[in-house]
Design a protein around this ligand. Structure first.
Ligand SMILES: [Zn+2]
Length: 50
């Protein structure tokens, strides 16, 4: 089984932790996805947090 790490996706504008996901440990790139932020009330860029 490939090892997966649990990460939180954090709004890059207000810092709210809106989503949780997993990714492959081998992936070096940090996730960055456009997702809806309740606090900002619109789609913002969400980045993986440590
Ligand atoms: Zn936000």
């Amino acid at each position: 089984m490939a090892s997966r790490v649990r990460v939180a996706l954090v709004c890059s504008e207000c810092g709210a932790r809106n989503y949780k996901t997993t990714r492959k440990k081998e992936d070096k790139e940090r996730l960055a996805i456009q997702k809806y932020c309740k606090a900002c009330e619109r789609h913002t860029l969400h980045q993986e947090s440590k």
